[in-house]
Structures are given as structure tokens and as C-alpha cells.
Design a binder for this molecule. Structure first.
Ligand code: FES
Length: 159
């Protein structure tokens, strides 16, 4: 005889669309070690280490950004943007810092690969959305004045 509570238990799915194992928040119920990771066009590395993390008013900036990405329909599909938290980049004086990685092996935009954004803790939700749309549309972030970048020294400086 089936347990009535079991029948009523709601199935949960992780962001990859896999059913979640009981007692976990993202572990798939049916583990497949060879399942490919979900395609992404753009990956945003957000520093949430000590100094950058403190600059954010938001306790979980990565979770907030994931919600915003959903709102602009870029959480899946060929233009998917993924957000990943990172430790210190060694660029704390420009906090908060984020790095844009474009998946140039598939459909990423070479022009926007390796962009370092500074002072992202000052972005409001609308500015974040403008960034996400610009990335989707392959607009050059270098030409968009509102997204200030971390300056990087020329390699010849260290010769
Ligand atoms: S804490 Fe973010 S760059 Fe150092």
C-alpha cells in the first residue's frame, strides 16, 4: 500500500531540470556522471569574497542575479548566462568586481570575453538587466560607457 504522504510530496527540480534527491537542494535523484553540463554562452564570475562581499548590500547577490537573468529569459537556451561566485581576484580596490567569460568555443562573443567590471555593488536591478541584454545582443561592453572596467597594466610594465 502506498503512503499517502509520499503521493502528496511535491517533486523538486534543480536548475539543470533534474529531479532532486530527497533531503538535498540540488543533487539529482538519478545521477549520471557523464551527463553534459548545461550550455552557456556567457558566464559571469562574481567575487563574493571578504571585501567585495561586504560591499554588496545584497546578502546573496548571485541568487538575485539568477532571478534577474530569469526575468530577461536568459537562464536557458542558446544565449544562457550563468552566474558563479568566486573568491578574491586580487582586485579588491575596484570592488565589487566581476569577470565576464564568453564561451567562444560555441557561440560566445570574443569581444566581450575577459571583461573585468568594477564597482558592481553600485548596480541596480535595471542596470544589471541592461548588461545581460547587451551581452545577449553581443554589443561591445567596451563601447558601453555605463559599465566601468577594471584597468589592467600592459604586460611590458613588468619586463
Ligand atoms: S575580495 Fe573581491 S577582488 Fe578581492
Amino acid at each position: 500500500m502506498r503512503n499517502i504522504m509520499e503521493d502528496k510530496k511535491e517533486k523538486l527540480y534543480n536548475t539543470m531540470g533534474s529531479e532532486i534527491a530527497d533531503g538535498f537542494t540540488c543533487k539529482p535523484k538519478n545521477f549520471d556522471a557523464n551527463k553534459p553540463i548545461m550550455h552557456l554562452k556567457t558566464q559571469l564570475f562574481i567575487c563574493t569574497d571578504e571585501r567585495c562581499g561586504k560591499a554588496h548590500k545584497d546578502k546573496d547577490i548571485a541568487a538575485t542575479l539568477r532571478e534577474l537573468i530569469k526575468e530577461v529569459n536568459l537562464s536557458k537556451g542558446e544565449d544562457r548566462i550563468k552566474v558563479v561566485r568566486t573568491g578574491c581576484f586580487g582586485a579588491c580596490r575596484f570592488r565589487s568586481v566581476a569577470n565576464i567569460y564568453e564561451n567562444t568555443k560555441v557561440n560566445g562573443n570574443l569581444n566581450n570575453n575577459g571583461i573585468w567590471l568594477k564597482n558592481i555593488h553600485q548596480y541596480d536591478k535595471e542596470k544589471w538587466k541592461r548588461l545581460f541584454i547587451a551581452l545577449k545582443e553581443n554589443r561591445s561592453i567596451d563601447e558601453l560607457e555605463e559599465f566601468k572596467q577594471v584597468p589592467m597594466s600592459d604586460p611590458s610594465f613588468y619586463k
